[in-house]
Design a protein. Structure first.
Length: 235
C-alpha cells in the first residue's frame, strides 16, 4: 500500500465526533477523526514499515501521524530520527502516545528520554517521563538501574509542582508507575507520592483538576496489581 491509499483508507474511517474530540484536546487540521482501534485491520495489512511511517508522519495529519507510530520500526530509528519526530509532535497525544510509545520499544529509549526530561521543553519533558512509564510497564525490573529510578523519583518530587502542565501530568504518572510496576522501589514511590500530595493541573472551582499518585497507587495495591507488566507497549 502506498501513502495515498492509506490516507484514503484513514479518511474513510474518520468520524466527526472523534474529530471534534481530538480538536478539543489540542489537535489541529488536517485530521480525520479515526478511532485508534479502527487502525488495527490496516496495520495487519502493512505490519512494520519504517519508510511508509516516515511518509505518514511528515504529512502533518494527526491520524496519519498516529498511524505512523503504529507501523514504525523503532529499531530502524536513530536518536536523530526521534528528535525529528518530537520536533513536530505539536501536542501531547503525539508526544506521549506516538513518539514516546515508539521510543519505548527501541534500545536507545532511556538515553533519549533522559535528554528530553532535562530539556526544559514542556512536550519533550512530557514525552521523556511518559517513555519511562511505557518502559516500566513493559520491561522486567532487571532492565533498570534502581539508583537511577530513585534519582528520577527525587527529581519529580522537587520539580513537579512548578513544572509545565503536561510535564506535571507525566511526572505524576511516572511516580504512580514506579509504585505499581517497579517492585524494588514500590515503598519509596509510595513515600514520594505522599510527600508530593495532590498536584494541581489547572481549572477552578468545580472544574479544578488535581492528580494524586498516592491514591492511585493505593487503589492498585488494593486490587493486587503491584508488579503489573503489559505484554506489549504498542497494541
Amino acid at each position: 500500500m502506498d501513502l495515498e491509499t492509506i490516507l484514503h483508507e484513514l479518511e474513510a474511517l474518520g468520524k466527526e465526533r472523534l474529530k471534534k474530540m481530538y480538536l478539543g484536546n489540542g489537535a489541529h487540521e488536517p485530521l480525520f477523526g479515526v478511532a485508534t482501534g479502527e487502525m488495527k485491520p490496516l496495520y495487519r495489512k502493512i505490519k512494520r514499515n519504517q519508510p511508509l511511517a516516515e511518509q505518514l508522519y511528515a504529512t502533518g495529519n494527526y491520524d496519519a501521524m498516529y498511524f505512523a507510530g503504529v507501523i514504525a520500526d523503532p529499531d530502524a530509528m536513530s536518536a536523530a530520527d526521534f528528535e525529528r519526530w518530537i520536533e513536530t509532535a505539536y501536542f501531547y497525544m503525539l508526544s506521549d502516545y506516538v513518539v514516546a510509545v515508539t521510543l519505548a520499544e527501541s534500545d536507545i529509549a532511556q538515553e533519549v528520554a533522559d535528554r528530553w526530561i532535562a530539556s526544559g521543553d514542556e512536550l519533550r519533558m512530557s514525552a521523556g517521563w511518559s517513555c519511562y512509564c511505557w518502559l516500566l510497564g513493559n520491561r522486567s525490573d532487571a532492565a533498570f538501574s534502581q539508583e537511577k529510578l530513585a534519582g528520577l523519583l527525587d527529581q519529580a518530587k522537587r520539580m513537579i509542582h512548578d513544572a509545565p502542565k503536561r510535564a506535571k501530568i507525566s511526572m505524576n504518572n511516572f511516580v504512580y508507575t514506579v509504585g505499581v510496576s517497579y517492585v524494588p522501589l514500590h515503598e519509596r514511590a509510595v513515600e514520594i507520592a505522599q510527600q508530593i500530595g495532590p498536584v494541581d493541573i489547572g481549572g477552578s472551582g468545580a472544574k479544578r483538576k488535581l492528580l494524586n499518585a498516592s491514591e492511585q497507587i493505593q487503589s492498585q495495591l488494593e486490587k493486587g496489581r503491584i508488579g503489573f507488566k503489559r505484554k506489549h507497549v504498542r497494541c
